[in-house]
Ligand binder design. Sequence first.
Ligand code: BES
Ligand code: ZN
Length: 459
Amino acid sequence: MSLDAVLQTLDDTQDAAIERLFELLRIPSVSTDPAHKEDSLRAAHWVAATLRELGAEADVRPTPGQPMVVGHAPGDASKPHLLFYGHYDVQPVDPLSLWKRDPFDPAVEDTANGKVIRARGANDDKGQFMTFLEACRAWKAVHGALPCRLSFFFEGEEESGSPSLVPFMQDNAAELTADIALISDTSMFDANTPAITTMLRGLLGEELTITGPSRDLHSGSYGGAVMNPARMLARIIAGLHDETGRITVPGFYDGVDDLSDALRGQWDALGFDADAFLGEVGLSQPAGETGRTALEMVWARPTCEVNGIWSGYTGDGFKTVLPSTASAKISFRLVGAQDPVAIRKAFRSYVQQSLPPDCTVSFKDHGCSGASVMSTENPLFEKARLALSDEWPHPAAFIGAGGSIPIAGHFKEILGMDAMLVGFGQDDDGLHSPNEKYDLRSFQKGARSWARILDALSG
Ligand code: BES
Ligand code: ZN
């Protein structure tokens, strides 16, 4: 049977597949850092060249930010036209001192839980999207062509808020529209249970700087008599949550619905192990809204988190300074119909109203996107679910995810197409952290899973 031949080819060519992934992982395509602009371009060209090897026409398209890569491979018009999306950019590596090896010198390591690929981007998203491209490569090797008409779309600024994405999708709408979008940038439910992610949270990024005195001051000469902006910032941040963990910004919960009984029942049946989830990061107590389960809080509740905070002297030793400014980067994860624009406005006015005389505040907008819920009505979802279930010990689950992939919503809003999210990450992969990894098993069974899905969707 032809699928078996493709699976066999994947098994027979594992070493070469790892070497191809390593080539890509060696390119430090950190989108948020202008120092890596050339590297992003190199990664884009690497992806385009790979798509050509798969039989696609592909090119690198400039944008005001990092380039897009678009490719098309012809196929049978009677079968679904699939569009695969991935992002070739990665998060910054800092703090570099916490990495056990050079983040851009990938290696396969033996760990207590099996072999892992270690590098920045090993999972997010290079390792993940290479599972799809390797499935295509094996398919082409066996059949001489891809199983159906396939388009490819890669961006290089997903990790920095995708500023060029919406205009690019609008300008190239006809070219980017297919029957369904496939994305590999999410996790499995657990190591043995594959998943199709049907809910993603939205994201709103804000940076604020509070200014008090016109320059840094001697904290003895002035301390007590003048306002310290670091204290003010701490008070404002502390006021963002009440004692039950609810966010206090007026109107914040507009558009947030309680979980339906049906969905709560489905999620309860998954048997999520909250103790293990917290234990793996050295914690034992859920710390969110009172009375909600950890799974519900991550998949279905909005949040407000401080992602960075700085003021005064933070170097070695000690300096008695009363700082002139204090800053923080704050993000909100959004669910349901929460309106990011309204929340940004409400947050800014909450901060303004909390400021004492003599303090001023400035804000920087770090982008926003609403939450997205994928419809699973499209029959291709059930085909993919069954195909995944054939590869893994447990049947595939429909799950939520706490992270954000703005394009998932844009596919529907801008192009009118469904997006199906199938990824093979694990909770302990260390996304956005030092020592990011991807289980070798995720990479290899991920590619086999995509071969099965391609077979099912094109069959
Ligand atoms: N792959 C992640 C999103 C993700 C992580 C989904 C884990 C499901 C499980 C994605 O690359 C990411 O990190 N997105 C950013 C988006 C942001 C910078 C606009 C995020 O969620 O913080
Ligand atoms: Zn990602």
